[in-house]
Design a protein around this ligand. Structure first.
Ligand code: F6P
Length: 340
């Protein structure tokens, strides 16, 4: 068999180990692999590179993706869809492994509906893919954000300030939740809960009274009712670029204006998406890459390798791609045990 591999959407730590896993698992059973460049764009435009053991050597600990990524939707135009099918036929691809979040896997599902032989691997630092317990990239990104919060703690303490750390995560609050919980924030704001300004100000006042500074973690996806920054642009899948709303800066401004506590904000942005994957993400990405190849070898096309409990299993695209997975009440209860 000849395997095709692509990585699409926002990059995250774990993509390279997943690519390595697909190539090595396929090679173990005597199969070849080719990588398409920059997500679906590379399939549409027929840009690829051969992948063998030497090409993926050392990738288990490397951030980013050696294949490149993009937010290209190959089914936005019918002529692009035809080009995708033509490229796969020209390369004699027997199985395409699409590694991505909701958008990339959504395009893979469309390809599958059109008869393409495709399997999926979920990834995203947002941890919001419905059908899997965890996505790789999430824990590595949160580890970086926790480190940032701890650095902000030092300077907030020195200057007796309130500091807001704005993290990514799109419309799911998993990244903010993990950062706030593991970093010990005084308040953590997630899109799953309505913004309560009075409650936030009270938490800041109390923290400053008790220890002289306050730390707030805010998800980029919260709705403050007003907007700062540039009018949010959109990507090819129609998603607003949320960081352009600058909710962290807006919050710092409101905290200072209403509490009198000098305040600052930091937007960690894409720093969260770089760097080596942590142990959990290396292992999960490796297991999912292997799982996807095994699905293809079993001719279980149209399925996604996901983590359920401790096991890697295959489920249909439709099941993997339900509504984005958002933070559940039990996690919110846990969070507010520490920042009530
Ligand atoms: O989906 C991953 C993510 O990092 C989101 O958390 C964030 O909103 C978005 O990608 C940023 O996208 P871009 O890299 O296109 O700026």
């Amino acid at each position: 068999m000849r395997f095709g591999i692509l990585t699409g959407g926002g990059d995250c730590p774990g993509l390279n180990p997943a690519i390595r896993a697909v190539v090595q698992r396929a090679a173990r059973f005597g199969h070849d692999s080719v990588g398409f460049l920059d997500g679906w764009k590379g399939v549409r435009d027929d840009r690829s590179r051969p992948l063998d053991g030497a090409a993926v050597h050392g990738l288990v600990g490397r951030g980013g993706t050696i294949l490149g990524s993009s937010r290209t939707n190959p089914f936005a135009k019918e002529e692009d869809a035809a080009r995708v099918l033509a490229t796969l036929a020209a390369h004699g691809i027997d199985a395409l492994v699409a590694i991505g979040g909701d958008d990339t896997l959504g395009a893979a599902r469309e390809l599958s509906r059109r008869g393409g032989k495709v399997v999926g691997v979920p990834k995203t630092m947002d941890n919001d893919v419905a059908g899997t317990d965890w996505t790789f990239g999430y824990q590595s990104a949160v580890a970086v954000a926790v480190d940032a919060l701890e650095r902000l703690r030092d300077t907030a303490d020195s200057h007796h300030r309130a500091i807001v750390l704005e993290v990514m995560g799109r419309h799911a609050g998993w990244v903010a939740l993990g950062t706030g919980l593991a970093g010990g924030a005084d308040a953590t704001l997630v899109p799953e809960e309505p913004f309560d300004e009075e409650a936030l100000l009270e938490k800041v006042r109390r923290a400053v009274a008790e220890r002289g500074y306050a730390l707030v973690v805010a998800s980029e996806g919260i709705d403050l009712g007003t907007r700062r920054g540039a009018a949010g642009g959109k990507d090819e899948f129609g998603h607003e670029l949320l960081r352009e709303r600058e909710v962290g800066a807006e919050l710092a401004h409101r905290i200072e204006a209403q509490t009198g506590v000098e305040s600052r904000s930091a937007q960690i942005g894409h720093i969260q998406r770089g760097g080596p994957p942590i142990l959990f993400d290396r292992l999960l990405a490796t297991r999912l890459g292997v799982g996807a190849v095994d699905l293809a070898l079993a001719r279980r096309f149209g399925q996604v390798a996901v983590l359920r409990g401790a096991a890697i299993v295959g489920i249909p695209f439709d099941e993997a791609l339900g509504a984005p997975k958002t933070v559940t009440p039990d996690w919110l209860d846990l969070l507010h045990t520490f920042d009530a």
